[in-house]
Each structure stands twice: as structure tokens, then as C-alpha cells.
Design a protein around this ligand. Structure first.
Ligand code: ADP
Ligand code: MG
Length: 479
């Protein structure tokens, strides 16, 4: 290859980097090499098939355009995969001819073969890819321990369907996308699929958190073994990704999208959990979102009281396996199910406290003890949201003035006091800031509001009648 060619190549790289940005450039092009320029064809190589197909489908025209900016006679880009194995096996300083021979050999191996050739072992033996081992699983999160209720029937049924499907069964819905708020059983279901699927041995199920997925791929790219990573992915029957909302970074998302498409197109099952529906994953691009939405999207609702009760009952049963003397009377379970938050984690926390208390003190679990132990997990009574308009309306009625009097600039005593009371209530019953309250009271300054609040605070300490009036107003507003 001539020096002139090498110089053109340097300029093409610069141009490309300027056009796509550093991030994209280093993800996809950093490992691209110029192999040869022959007449109108530029031959470039990348280390992996995956990079090749990615660049081909997303950047082929752009790369060509960059070359044409150097030399308009060029009309074709040929992208080939060079073999990392061959590369490292031959000495660094090799005659040009040898390199050409190597390249053509790898072209034959990778483009003529259909992928069956020389496939690296599955499960990343020896490649050091932690990601390919999957994220750790909790042995308690199985279908046996998953309690089914109204809010999760569909999700559980779909999950089970995925777990028991046979290798060659047609894929019924792909991806299966489960979304729900925190602590409502997403991870539990996903891990249940993984346990059951792998126990059946029909299809290898890989469970990854989105973080693990990012980490695995990014490090795979860095260590130049994206090929091994991709091949290992190919050995997977079911890919399970938890907490997709945490997937971040443009190139990671691009990679996710590519993996998703590749797996789905190859008829592999993909299962995803996130804390929101696909349409709300703002950082993903439209095509990925629509692909995600194209399978079965199931929402799991809050755990209802009945379901909470059943989960608690099952938990106590399980705990009795290790602590036979642990007993929680039904009224206590009912109390916890009724009062503790909808979050499955708090239910677990509540029972753990009862268990700890019971073990450490030897006292039996009673309702009284439960009330004391789980007090801070009790679902707060949703305070009613008080609106400033309501405050103005009710205060005006109480003092027999009009709402527009309160907002006006009139300073007569019969309006000033009610106005101050209303501002005071707005400050104490809503989360609005002083400037906001000022705006809502006819565009007053925040110092005026502050003055009103201080004034009323000072008065209620001495003026019993006013204190009582304010209490009555508060009660009316909060009813
Ligand atoms: P998420 O991943 O949705 O935040 P998890 O799956 O981690 O929630 O669930 C939180 C806790 O609640 C776990 O201990 C889980 O076992 C429990 N849990 C949630 N739903 C159920 C259910 N239907 N049956 C049994 N346990 C459940
Ligand atoms: Mg989770």
C-alpha cells in the first residue's frame, strides 16, 4: 500500500470522526483498518463480524462519502473481517504479501462460511467474560415462591410459557416485556424463568441486568473479543434483561438494539423487565421502542391486599423451614397486609423484623409487637392535596369577602387579615414556594407573603379565637 493511500486513510478517519463524533467513532471505527485500494474499490477490515454488519448497515454510505471526498473515482467499499487469531499469531512486522494472504484467508473463512465454521465454545469458556456467565441469581426467586394474584396473572402465565417452551417451539411473543413499579416482582419473575428454563435444559437462559449487559459488551469491545461475545450470545436460547431503564450511552443502546434484532430475527426468545412501558423509555430511539412494543407488553399492577396476605403467608411457611418455632398469627398477617406499603420488599422487611424480634427475645409474635415493629413501613395516609384556589375560596367565604378582594391591592382591614390568613394557609398546607404563592395572590412579592406568614404565626400564639378559626379552615380544606 502506498504512502499516499495511508495518508488518504488518515484524512478519511479524521473526517469520519468529525462527522459522527468521538463516541460513535471510537465504538465502531477505532478498529477499522485500510487493507487495500484497488481501482475503484477500497477494502477495509474490522475485527469482528458484528462490527462488519453493523457498519455495513448503518455507516456504509457515510464511509464511502468520506473516501469520495478524498478521491471521487472511488465508488465501492468492501468490508471484510480480519481474524484476530491470525493477526496475533503472525509477527507484527510482516511483509505486505503475507498480510494480504492472511486477509484473504479470513475473508474465505468468514464470508463464504455460513457461521458454522470455527465457532468458539459457548458460555465464554476461557474468554474471561463475566457478563456471559449472567448476573447472580437468588435461589428463592422461583415460580414455586411466586404468588399469583389479579395484578400479575398474565405476566406470570407468559413468563411460565417462556420457561417451559421447547427448543423448536414457535416463539409466541417476542420480546416479552414486563413492566411494573419497584418491588412488584419483576426480578422475581425473570429469575424464575431463568431457573426453570435452565433446569428444563431445552434452551440456555441467560439472565443479565442492564448494567451487566453494558459492562459485558463495553469490555468485550475494548478487549477486541466482540466476536466471541456475539458468538456466545448466539448460543443463548433465551436472553433475559432486567431493569432495562438503566441502559445508558448511545453506543450501548445501539449495541442493545442490534442484539435485540439479531436474537429476535433468529427466533430466540427475549424477555425484558423495566419500570415503565417501552413508550416511556425516552433515551431509546423510536425503532427500538417499537420493536420492544411489538411483542407482548404486560404490566404488573400493585400488589393488592389479598395478594400481600398470600405472599406473607407463603413467606412465613418458608421461614418455618429454618425456624420451626416461628409463628405469625393470621390477624398479624392481615394487619401487615393491610397497612404495609405495596412494595414486596417492605413486606419481606416487615416479616424479617418479626422474625428477628421473635428469635432474639423469644417473645411470641403478637399484634401489639407487630404494630410497634413495622410502624415505619406503614403506608402513609396520602395527604389530600390542597389547592391554592380552594384556600382562597374557603377563606373568602369564611370572612365574607370575595376571592377577587383577596387578590386585589385593597388594604382595608377587612380584606388584609383574610388575605394574610389565606397566604399563611397556602404556605403551610401546600408545597408552593413563597414567590409562587405571591404570584397566585395577584402578583405580590414573596416578601409580602413572608410577612403575612410571620404575622399570622405570631398572632395565633396569643389570639385563641384566630387560632381556632384557622384550625377550622384547615379541617375544611383537608376533608
Ligand atoms: P422488582 O424487581 O419489581 O423491583 P422484586 O422481584 O425484586 O421486585 O420483588 C421484591 C420482593 O417482593 C421480592 O422479595 C419478591 O420475592 C417479592 N415479591 C414480589 N411479588 C411477589 C409475588 N407475586 N409473590 C411472591 N413474592 C413476591
Ligand atoms: Mg428488580
Amino acid at each position: 500500500m502506498s504512502n499516499a493511500d495511508q495518508e488518504s486513510w488518515s484524512r478519511v478517519k479524521e473526517r469520519l470522526r468529525a462527522e459522527v463524533g468521538d463516541d460513535v467513532y471510537s465504538s465502531w471505527f477505532a478498529r477499522m483498518d485500510l487493507e487495500a485500494i484497488e481501482e475503484a474499490t477500497v477494502r477495509l477490515s474490522v475485527p469482528t463480524r458484528f462490527l462488519k454488519s453493523w457498519i455495513q448497515s448503518h455507516y456504509a454510505e457515510r464511509v464511502l462519502a468520506c473516501w469520495q471526498a478524498q478521491d471521487e473515482k472511488l465508488s465501492r467499499i468492501e468490508l471484510i473481517v480480519r481474524s484476530a487469531v491470525l493477526r496475533t499469531a503472525v509477527p507484527q512486522k510482516k511483509p505486505e504479501l503475507a498480510q494480504v494472504a492472511n486477509v484473504s484467508e479470513s475473508v474465505n473463512r468468514f464470508t463464504n462460511g455460513n457461521g458454522a465454521v470455527h465457532r468458539p465454545p459457548l458460555a465464554a469458556e476461557g474468554t474471561g467474560h463475566e457478563a456471559l456467565g449472567g448476573s447472580p441469581l437468588d435461589p428463592r426467586l422461583t415460580f414455586e415462591t411466586f404468588v399469583v394474584g389479579r395484578s400479575n396473572t398474565l405476566a406470570q402465565a407468559a413468563a411460565k410459557q417462556v420457561a417451559i417452551a421447547k427448543r423448536n417451539d414457535p416463539v409466541m411473543f417476542n420480546p416479552l416485556y414486563i413492566h411494573a413499579g419497584v418491588g412488584l416482582g419483576k426480578t422475581h419473575l425473570l429469575q424464575a424463568i431463568t431457573w426453570m428454563g435452565n433446569a428444563a435444559g431445552e434452551r440456555k437462559v441467560l439472565y443479565l441486568t442492564a448494567e451487566k449487559f453494558m459492562y459485558g459488551f463495553v469490555s468485550a469491545l475494548r478487549t477486541q473479543t466482540a466476536l466471541a461475545f456475539k458468538d456466545a450470545l448466539r448460543g443463548i436460547g433465551v436472553l433475559v434483561i432486567d431493569d432495562l431503564q438503566f441502559l445508558q450511552g448511545k453506543s450501548t443502546q445501539a449495541e442493545f438494539c442490534h442484539t435485540l434484532n439479531a436474537l429476535i430475527d433468529a427466533g430466540r426468545q427475549v424477555v425484558i423487565a423495566a419500570d415503565r412501558p417501552p413508550s416511556d423509555l425516552e433515551s431509546l430511539d423510536d425503532r427500538v421502542r417499537s420493536r420492544l412494543a411489538g411483542g407482548l407488553v404486560v404490566e404488573m399492577g400493585g400488589l393488592g391486599e389479598e395478594l400481600r396476605f398470600e405472599i406473607l403467608k407463603a413467606r412465613v411457611q418458608a421461614a418455618r423451614g429454618h425456624h420451626p418455632s416461628f409463628d405469625v398469627p393470621a390477624p398479624v398477617l392481615a394487619y401487615i397486609a393491610k397497612t404495609v406499603t405495596h412494595n414486596g420488599r417492605d413486606l419481606e422487611g416487615a416479616l424479617n423484623r418479626l422474625l428477628a424480634h421473635n428469635k432474639l427475645t423469644g417473645h411470641p409474635v403478637t399484634l401489639e409487637m407487630a404494630e410497634r415493629e413495622v410502624r415505619d413501613l406503614v403506608r402513609p395516609q396520602e395527604p389530600k392535596r390542597v389547592k391554592i384556589e380552594d384556600i382562597q375560596r374557603i377563606v373568602a367565604r369564611q370572612y365574607n369577602v370575595s376571592r377577587s378582594d383577596l387578590l386585589s391591592s385593597r388594604r382595608t382591614a377587612n380584606v388584609v387579615r383574610p388575605r394574610q390568613v389565606a397566604m399563611y394557609l397556602a404556605k403551610t398546607l401546600t408545597l408552593r414556594s413563597l414567590p409562587e404563592i405571591g404570584r397566585r395572590f395577584g402578583g405580590r412579592d414573596h416578601t409580602t407573603v413572608l410577612h403575612a406568614v410571620r404575622k399570622i404565626e405570631g398572632l395565633v400564639g396569643n389570639d385563641m379565637a384566630l387560632a381556632e378559626e384557622i384550625e377550622i379552615l384547615k379541617r375544611q380544606l383537608q376533608e
